[in-house]
Design a protein around this ligand. Structure first.
Ligand code: PMV
Length: 353
């Protein structure tokens, strides 16, 4: 008897223009477009194995070895259902293809980094799940098409289907069919840009992105300003900066957008704080580092960004990394031995998974 099983992995992506807010919570349609860089690091990935077997009694999923409930109508169930629907289209066209869409699936997924610590584990997780099912089902799907399904697992997951520089275009159709990820540039376009991830804390975050976004959409006036008057121009400006490999513009836009995202979180009722004192000290360090460089006639040397957690991601041209790491170790001596509460995760380049 044949064994139907496939394994795929997907990397984390870190947004420079943040997605924060849903206009449709069921389909996961965002209130603004966003743009991210997919990290190409061996230790920031989710790896997922899916197996279809007629002897299984139901769909089941294990995350890091622990079984998770697949709730009916929930996000996991939606992704699995949508992937089975695409498989059914293949089976309808090829009558001899095994009827995998009728078999229950068992899915096992592992992250090699802290789950839910503001390191976008849901992004790589849902992207790997969709990829592994696409491989299992032998779907001829383009990453943008798969992104439509990964989006319904976790919004930011749609961007992890591509390597390099990726936009999630918010779209305008009520059915979400144009809310998908597209490649802005492959990693090879600007391989000199590196990401340094500083794990300030690997505790689980206090407010999930789902409830944080809902609260923000309901109570923040600043979010409405951001959606209408800030993000559309910023998306265009950062795409231009990436295509021109203009680090000064890339850095300024990335830091401003991180700041506005956290300002929007503070503008909600009750306020949400994702950064802590160490996060803010890293911001001060990077601001000063850039100020000294500009005062000496140079350009920006690094850009910080923070997601829904206290961990810093620092984007910088490769040539500056040594200096940045020594600055961090100087001001945060705990970082030296890669120990808590401050670990350095590595400095590999960004890029395709
Ligand atoms: O996809 P979610 O629900 O985990 O939301 C992610 C939101 C941010 O990471 C804060 C921003 C982003 O665009 O990735």
């Amino acid at each position: 008897m044949s064994i139907y099983q496939a394994t795929a992995s997907a990397p984390v992506n870190i947004a420079c223009i943040k997605y924060w807010g849903k206009r449709d919570t069921k389909l996961i349609l965002p209130t603004n477009s966003s743009l991210s860089v997919t990290l190409d690091q061996d230790h920031l990935r989710s790896t997922t194995t899916s197996r279809a077997d007629p002897s299984f009694t139901k769909d089941r999923l294990w995350l890091n070895g622990k079984e998770e409930e697949i709730n009916e109508g929930g996000r996991l169930a939606t992704c699995i259902r949508e992937m089975k629907r695409l498989r059914r289209e293949v089976e309808d066209k090829e009558p001899n293809a095994p009827k995998l869409s009728t078999f229950p699936v068992h899915i096992s997924s592992r992250n090699n980094f802290p789950t839910a610590a503001g390191l976008a584990s849901s992004a790589s997780g849902f992207a790997a799940l969709v990829k592994s099912l696409a491989t299992l089902y032998q779907l001829p799907a383009h990453p943008s098409q798969l992104s439509l399904i990964a989006r319904q697992g976790s919004g930011s997951a749609c961007r992890s289907l591509f390597g390099g520089y990726v936009a999630w275009e918010m779209g305008s159709k009520p059915d979400g069919s144009d809310s998908l990820a597209v490649e802005v540039a492959p990693q090879s376009h600007w391989p000199d840009l590196h990401a340094l991830i500083c794990v300030v804390s690997d505790d689980k975050k206090g407010t999930s992105s789902t409830s944080g976004m809902q609260q923000t959409v309901e109570t923040s006036a600043l979010l409405q300003h951001r959606i209408k008057h800030v993000v559309p121009e910023r998306m265009e400006a950062i795409k231009k900066a990436i295509l021109a490999k203009d680090f000064d513009s890339f850095a300024r836009i990335t830091m401003k957008d991180s700041n506005q995202f956290h300002a929007v979180c503070l503008d909600t009722e009750p306020p949400i704080f994702y950064m802590n004192d160490v996060s803010r000290s890293i911001i001060a360090l990077i601001v000063e580092y850039n100020r000294v460089s500009v005062a000496n006639g140079g350009g920006y040397k690094a850009a910080y960004t923070y997601d829904a957690g206290p961990n810093a991601v620092i984007y910088a041209p490769k040539e500056n990394l040594k200096e940045i790491i020594s600055l961090i170790v100087k001001y945060f001596p705990q970082a030296e031995n890669f120990k808590d509460p401050f670990q350095l995760f590595g400095t590999q380049g960004v890029g395709a998974g």
